[in-house]
Write a new protein. Structure first.
Length: 316
């Protein structure tokens, strides 16, 4: 499974949803929660994901590992996470995708560029997978092929009851606004797009082909589901070993892509979080969970910057 930055996924998924015609055999479109569902979800909310306290200079900030697909009931934060948000001065995300300017910059950057079209066989395979996912084939005429392929991988989770519309990060962008807290973007749309789409034409074709192989074998959806369940149940140890079971780091191209999408971004994310904290404000930083693991993960990088880092244990 290839890892896609949340902001790119949400922006492209919104474009799909605006134009798709969903057949009866397709999963139902996700709907905003009703007032009754909000009341019930709030009552039954429990902590999910991964939370750390990061302390320095007499102030405590938080790291929170998120996931970029979800279920309706996961949208309601549990008591530990909710208190962490409320006690922080700033909410920081990879990108604040509720900012209209960010959304437009993402859509502009995802557009199909002249000379970046795929060979016909790969294009036909993508067209087939778009039909399977109940998404419009016309998107191939406007959107970079790797964006389409990678998003199809995540959208395969809809067969497992998961959807990018229920991604966790935007909840905290909205919550911050509701609480009157500023929202900081730790990256730019251009950086995320360059990391995903900046490979050579041959690398792009190979990445599209790899994603299509997973989709055609029916492996993408269950893999998305497995990672989502690990997040929901706080299984950090299993997530830390994802390279052993995800079948997503098997080739040199896979390793280069994962290096660019995870390890190469983490120092910049850590720097942005540290700068907010050093300014005298505490920060709740919500970032994809794979950015939290290993020696190059954000907890380790902030510990290396002199922070005391403690994982928060959620109640069962």
């Amino acid at each position: 499974m290839k890892i896609l930055p949340l902001a790119l996924l949400v922006a492209l998924s919104a474009t799909f949803a605006e134009t798709a015609e969903f057949a009866a055999a397709c999963p139902a479109l996700p709907q905003p929660p009703s007032p009754a569902q909000i009341e019930e979800g709030t009552k039954r909310a429990r902590d999910r994901g991964f939370l750390w306290r990061v302390s320095r200079d007499g102030r405590t900030s938080f790291l929170y590992g998120t996931i970029h697909v979800g279920r309706l009931e996961w949208l309601f934060p549990g008591p530990e996470v909710l208190q962490a948000v409320r006690s922080s001065d700033v909410v920081a995300l990879e990108l604040d995708i509720l900012d209209p300017q960010m959304g437009q910059r993402l859509r502009d950057g995802m557009a199909l560029k002249t000379g970046h079209d795929l060979p016909r066989p790969l294009k036909e395979r993508l067209q087939t997978q778009l039909k399977v996912a109940c998404l419009p084939e016309e998107i191939l005429t406007t959107t970079a092929p790797l964006m389409v392929a990678t998003t199809l991988t995540m959208m395969a989770g809809r067969r497992e009851g998961l959807d990018p519309a229920y991604a966790i990060d935007p909840i905290y962008a909205g919550m911050a606004r509701g609480l009157g807290k500023p929202v900081a973007s730790l990256e730019t749309p251009e950086l995320q797009l360059d990391l995903l789409l900046g490979g050579s034409p041959r690398e792009i074709e190979a990445a599209v082909e790899s994603a299509l192989d997973d989709l055609e074998r029916g492996e993408a959806g269950p893999l998305v589901g497995r990672m989502a369940d690990m997040w929901a149940n706080g299984q950090l140890g299993e997530l830390e070993n994802y390279e052993k079971w995800c079948e997503c780091v098997e080739t040199d191209l896979d390793r280069r892509m994962m290096q660019r999408l995870l390890d190469d971004r983490n120092p910049g994310l850590a720097k942005g979080i540290a700068e907010i904290h050093a300014s005298g404000k505490t920060v709740f930083a919500a970032v994809g969970s794979l950015h939290m693991i290993g020696r190059t993960g954000l907890p380790a990088l902030l510990e290396g910057r002199g922070y005391k880092v403690e994982r928060v244990a959620f109640r069962p």
